[in-house]
Design a protein around this ligand. Sequence first.
Ligand SMILES: Nc1nc2c(c(=O)[nH]1)N[C@H]1C(S)=C(S)[C@@H](COP(=O)(O)O)O[C@H]1N2
Ligand SMILES: [Mo]
Length: 429
Amino acid sequence: MTTELTSDDLQPVAGGGLLHRRLFLKSGLVLATAGAAGHAAAEPPAKLSEDLASPSWMHAPGAPFTPYGKPSKHEARVMRSIGANKDLPTNGVSWTPLEELEGIITPSGLHFERHHNGVPEIDPAQHRLVIHGLVKQPLMFTVNSLLRYPMQSHLIFIECGGNSNAGWHEEPIQRPLGGFHGLVSCSEWTGVPLAILFDQAGIDPKATWVIAEGADGAVMNVSLPLKKLMDDAIVALYQNGERIRPENGYPLRLVIPGFEGVTNVKWLRRLQLTTEPVMARNETAKYTELLPSGKARQFTFEIEAKSLITSPSAGQKMFGPNIYEIKGLAWTGRGKVAKVEVSADGGQSWAEAALQEPVLSRCFTRFRMPWNWDGKPTVLKSRATDETGYVQPEREMLVKERGRNGYFHYNAILSWGIDEDGAISHVYA
Ligand SMILES: Nc1nc2c(c(=O)[nH]1)N[C@H]1C(S)=C(S)[C@@H](COP(=O)(O)O)O[C@H]1N2
Ligand SMILES: [Mo]
């Protein structure tokens, strides 16, 4: 069924030509899409016989079966971009190309990576996880013993506290979206609830902190509040249905829903229950902020609400005045995304976007908004509000609050400037 658009449907609900989100309920609506591909709408065939002529691949058998699938070779441009330390190439990141993906799941091969000293080559038969410290009985687990426990799945995002840190620069950085916001990805993580393992070890009532340590060349460790680990943390063995990828922690990692990336210790080997944090490098020198007051903002743990428009986005191009779908991702470490508002006039007016189901706690939420672009220069923004009422701040507010020493935890509203030619760039507005 194709429903004709009426002039009513095209009544703007906010400045710059934003339309009501219910417009997407009209089937057969054809939208323009910014970007290199796919701006052509369906058209009547010039010569039906030519369009229906069978292509060469219909005249021969196809390729045989493969034991493990790969993406089409025509999608080879969809890759993580890598940013490693020049002097220590095993310390760095790779970014998820968020602007190339749809829906809410990040394919495992495109999950962002953050390694402090490379990916260890771990023999799962020799790997051990030890729980010790303030417990009645220290316990040692092999991978096989962990596989015998009842499991749980969490469909959740993981975001590095250093994601988007180019936002602190004086000038807006010009890169495709994933190249500076792509240290966030969303997977289904499956494993054993930590509460089961801690209960088995028997928690000493004095214990309040847990020190987690990885089996990589960085021997990365962090301190975590025991209470949160008892609530919903898991020792994950599976990612998107298959065993965790080496880059993401094979054979097992800590997954703590809503907590910043660094707390999700990969290649997990040790959990020590204590009364105090260990004051590791990644919770003192890194992943903290020196505030204008002189105090350090430390142990922030929970990722604050954030959203970004994946399309249209920097480096893409608009195809003239038309109806577009503005789409993007929102997330919060504090629960569910309550709403996402979009502005097409640089933040003067806002309208509520449609949230695509499912809207899950501590998971990516996909939002969509119809927009009738008149071809004039403007600025697009999105703003997330989470279920606690927290509202994603404007950049100016964030910088005022955190000062100029900030390097981590950047979650300000992102602005896309669109010029008269339809070119899209990152702007501070
Ligand atoms: N053992 C170990 N765990 C680690 C890291 C590491 O370098 N070593 N990096 C941390 C950081 S800073 C982040 S953001 C996440 C990244 O997880 P990912 O590489 O699976 O995306 O892992 C965390 N866990
Ligand atoms: Mo991180």
